[in-house]
Write a protein that binds this ligand. Structure first.
Ligand SMILES: Nc1nc2c(ncn2[C@@H]2O[C@H](COP(=O)(O)OP(=O)(O)OP(=O)(O)O)[C@@H](O)[C@H]2O)c(=O)[nH]1
Ligand SMILES: [Mg+2]
Length: 305
C-alpha cells in the first residue's frame, strides 16, 4: 500500500489523502484523471514534459517567469504587500524574520543573515520563533526551483492568487494567520546552489511542505531523490507534498506524482499528505484545493505543536 494519506482525512471532503490506497483522492481530483484542460496555461512550460497527462484544476494562466522584469522578492517585492496587510511578510536572503526575534537557542551552522547574492555563506545562527514558549515553529517550504513555492505562499498569505515573478535567491519568510493559529513559513530557494542548506533547517521545523511542478516530468526524479534524502533520518516529520501546476496540460495527476516521488517509501510513522494545487491567474481568489491545503497545514501545526 501507499504511505500517502497517513494522518487521516481532514477538512472538507477529499482533502488530503484517504487511506493509503487512495493517493488520487486529494483535493478533489479524481484518481489520475485525464481530464482535458480548458485553456492554454504556460507556467514553466519550458520545463514541462510531454503533454497529454493533464489533470487540470482550473483556469490556466500564462506564467511570467522568464519574461517579466526580474523583480526582487523582498521588502519591496510582492510579499511585502502581504506583510503590510498584516497577513504575510517576507525578506530576501537572509531571513531576518520580523516575527522571529533572536531566540535563546539559535541554530548553529546556518547561513549568515548578512549574506548577499554572490557571497559565500558563513556560519551563523538563525533565530527561531519563540521557541520554547509554547508558540509555533516554522514550516519549511522546499522544492526545486520553479515549482511554485513562492507563488503558493503568496496565495496562502493573501487568499488571493499572486504568482511569483522571480526566483527566490535565498530565503522567503511569510507569516500566515488563521483564526486558530499563526503559521510561519520559511521557503528556501530551490536552485542548486541553495539546496545544500535545506537540510540544515529540518531539525527545527514543525512540518515540511514539499512543492513539485507536476508538469516538470524530467526533474521529478531529482525532486524525488532530494525529498527522500532530506527526510531519511527523520521518520516522524509530517510532510505535505503539493503537486502544483495542475492547470498545465502536461501536469501529472497526483496518482502519478505519488508514484514518481515514491511516496509509499518515505516512512510508515509520519503523517503524509499529497494535494494537487495550482496558482491560477493573478487577482482571483485561491482555489478550493489551496484553501484545503491551508486548512490542512493549520491543522497539522496545531496537532504538532
Ligand atoms: N501555470 C502555472 N504556473 C505557476 C503555478 N505556480 C507557479 N507558477 C509559475 O511558475 C514559476 C515559478 O514560480 P515560483 O513561485 O517562483 O517558484 P519557486 O518554487 O518559488 O522557485 P524558486 O524560488 O526559484 O525556488 C513562476 O513563473 C510562476 O508564475 C501554477 O500553479 N501554474
Ligand atoms: Mg521562490
Amino acid at each position: 500500500g501507499s504511505g500517502a494519506g497517513r494522518g487521516g482525512r481532514r477538512g472538507r471532503g477529499g482533502l488530503g489523502l484517504g487511506p493509503p490506497a487512495e493517493p488520487g483522492r486529494a483535493a478533489g481530483h479524481p484518481p489520475c484523471s485525464r481530464r482535458r484542460r480548458s485553456g492554454t496555461g504556460a507556467g514553466s512550460g519550458q520545463r514541462a514534459g510531454p503533454p497529454g497527462r493533464g489533470a487540470p484544476a482550473g483556469p490556466p494562466g500564462a506564467s511570467r517567469r522568464g519574461c517579466a522584469a526580474p523583480a526582487r522578492l523582498g521588502p519591496t517585492g510582492p510579499q511585502a504587500a502581504a506583510g503590510r496587510a498584516g497577513r504575510g511578510r517576507s525578506l530576501r536572503f537572509p531571513p531576518q524574520l520580523p516575527a522571529v526575534g533572536p531566540g535563546p537557542a539559535g541554530v548553529p551552522g546556518l547561513p549568515s543573515p548578512r549574506l548577499r547574492r554572490g557571497q559565500e555563506p558563513s556560519r551563523h545562527r538563525l533565530p527561531l520563533h519563540r521557541e520554547g514558549r509554547g508558540h509555533g515553529k516554522q514550516i519549511l517550504v522546499l522544492g526545486l526551483d520553479g515549482a511554485g513555492k513562492t507563488s503558493i505562499l503568496h496565495s496562502l498569505a493573501t487568499n488571493h492568487v499572486k504568482r511569483s515573478v522571480a526566483p527566490t535567491e535565498g530565503f522567503n519568510a511569510i507569516c500566515v494567520n488563521t483564526e486558530e493559529s499563526q503559521m510561519e513559513f520559511l521557503e528556501i530557494g530551490g536552485s542548486e546552489s541553495l539546496r545544500s542548506y535545506w537540510k540544515m533547517y529540518l531539525p527545527k521545523v514543525l512540518l515540511l511542505i514539499y512543492v513539485v511542478d507536476s508538469a516538470d516530468h524530467a526533474r521529478l526524479p531529482v525532486a524525488k531523490q532530494l525529498l527522500h534524502q532530506l527526510i531519511q533520518n527523520n521518520s516522524t516529520l509530517p510532510v505535505v507534498v503539493l503537486a502544483n501546476k495542475q492547470d498545465l496540460e502536461g501536469a501529472y495527476c497526483i496518482t502519478d506524482i505519488h508514484d514518481a516521488l515514491a511516496l509509499s517509501d518515505i516512512g510508515d510513522e509520519r503523517k503524509m499528505f499529497l494535494i494537487g494545487t495550482h496558482v491560477a491567474e493573478d487577482g482571483s481568489e485561491i482555489s478550493s484545493s489551496m484553501r484545503d491545503a491551508k486548512e490542512l497545514i493549520a491543522q497539522l501545526v496545531l496537532e504538532t505543536q
